[in-house]
Ligand binder design. Structure first.
Ligand code: UD1
Length: 420
């Protein structure tokens, strides 16, 4: 195992190139199961999670050739319909092979992904949507065992207690592309990653209307074809770098990111005193000397993303005054509070809210990464803190941030990896 050492309180400067979106790449890679023809995917981030998906596709019978950030996925022979516990349990994104396997093979056996530190994370909406299309689904020995003699279009409401679901929308959308007749998904997730998947499916020959909206209308087709497709940039990685720069009172330039995907963060940062603005194809930022505390509540897109909540909290931890942070997508996603407090932050939990009493300065400390975005929050705190921070269980960060230490070093940070 490796740990990340950060010598804090050093300003960042320069330009960082944003990688392809992890959360767009995973369902798009799964969607290649819908065709026997070759698919070339570009801008795939080189991450632990995309490696896991590659291993899963191989275990299902696909051949995958990796060429830098490009992967070529081909089929030789029949696909296997069983997605094994070992691969699905390590990454929830794996569950989105269920819809395509079922649509293509008429049967699928996919391990239940289970919960994780950010919440229970049920899959009821995935199963409800696929059942509406005609699938017969049982849960046996920790696996979802599904059969669908033929998928038939249906009118489906996919809203849940916490709003729409990104991967449930992806699963049902993929399955509906090969269903007979018309499917309407109401309360579909509108995240750019779902939009990217719908655009990719359209390029494969699917018929989808309402892309990017909460109402998707899909007219089933008999067959989908292969394609070459470039994944959108990662808005969460982009937001994380902006927050890293903000926490060190620096101004950096982002290359390859999409400004319009970042509006909820841009708007909140404007209130904090940080201007983030597009300049040609770049994104630039300017920080005021004195920052103001601002409260946030996370919501599904276009609301403030839950995947930036922990990182925003790390910034608020060093902005003097009080801010309140509420997560409406994962109400218990606050495991990072304890670790931030070990660095001198003053954050308490009151019911569904985190109350952040900003302090002047954080101090480096040994801390433990607990999940992907909580780890990113610890990196932000470590960059801002006085002294040395050691982040243990680095593998969480490697799930979602391509070349994090190299990118940070190029921005002037003092970070390095060490074996535990
Ligand atoms: C995706 C993202 C994850 C992000 C999340 C919310 C990927 C690989 N992961 O996860 O990074 O944090 O969206 O933006 O894209 N829910 C149910 N029933 C279900 C499914 C979800 O109640 O069947 C609930 C969840 O517990 C949660 C909320 O709905 O409270 C949203 O979850 P969802 O959008 O499904 O998250 P994922 O798609 O798993």
């Amino acid at each position: 195992m490796e740990k990340l050492i950060i010598e804090g309180a050093k300003p960042l400067k320069g330009e960082v190139t944003i990688s392809g979106s992890k959360n767009a790449a995973l369902p798009i890679m799964a969607a290649t199961l819908l065709t026997d023809e070759p698919c070339i995917l570009q801008n795939i981030p080189c991450l632990r999670d995309t490696w896991t998906m590659i291993e899963l596709l191989k275990s299902l019978g696909k051949t995958v050739v990796i060429d830098g950030n490009k992967i070529i996925i081909t089929s030789e022979g029949k696909l296997n319909h069983i997605a094994d516990y070992k691969l699905v349990s390590t990454m929830r994104g794996s569950f989105c092979v269920l819809g395509p396997l079922l649509a293509k093979l008429k049967k699928a056996q996919v391990s239940l992904p289970g919960g994780c530190v950010i919440g229970i994370r049920p899959v009821d909406l995935h199963l409800k949507g696929l059942k509406s299309l005609g699938a017969k689904i049982e849960v046996e020995n920790g696996y979802v065992v599904a059969k669908a003699r033929h998928f038939k279009g249906a009118h489906i409401y996919l809203g849940g207690v916490f709003g729409s679901s990104v991967l449930a929308t992806a699963n049902v959308l993929m399955a509906a592309t090969l269903a007979k007749g018309e499917t309407i998904i109401e309360a579909a997730a509108c995240e750019p990653e779902v939009e990217d998947l719908a655009n990719m499916l359209t390029a494969m020959g699917a018929k989808i209307k309402g892309i990017g909206s909460p109402r998707l209308t899909i007219t089933g087709v008999k067959k989908l074809r292969g394609l070459t497709y470039k994944i959108i940039p990662d808005r969460i990685e982009a937001g994380t770098y902006i927050l890293m720069a903000a926490a060190t009172k620096s101004s950096i330039t982002l290359k390859g990111a999409c400004y319009s995907h970042l509006m909820a963060l841009v708007d909140k940062l404007d209130q904090v005193g940080i201007k983030v603005y597009p300049e040609g194809s770049l994104i630039k930022m300017k920080c005021k000397k004195v920052l103001k505390p601002v409260s946030i509540t996370t919501y599904p897109y276009p609301g403030f993303p839950t995947d930036l909540q922990a990182q925003f909290m790390a910034l608020m931890a060093i902005v003097e005054g009080v801010s309140v942070i509420t997560d409406k997508v994962y109400p218990d996603r606050f495991i990072h509070i304890a670790e931030l407090n070990r660095m001198g932050a003053n954050i308490s939990r009151e019911g569904f809210n985190a109350i952040v009493q900003g302090v002047k300065v954080l101090h480096g400390a040994p801390v433990m990464a607990s999940d992907l975005r909580a780890s990113a929050a610890l990196v932000i705190a470590g960059l801002a803190a006085k002294g040395q921070t050691e982040i243990h269980r680095l593998y969480h960060l490697d799930r979602g941030y391509e070349n994090l230490d190299k990118k940070l070093t190029a921005l002037g940070a003092k970070v390095y990896r060490e074996r535990e």
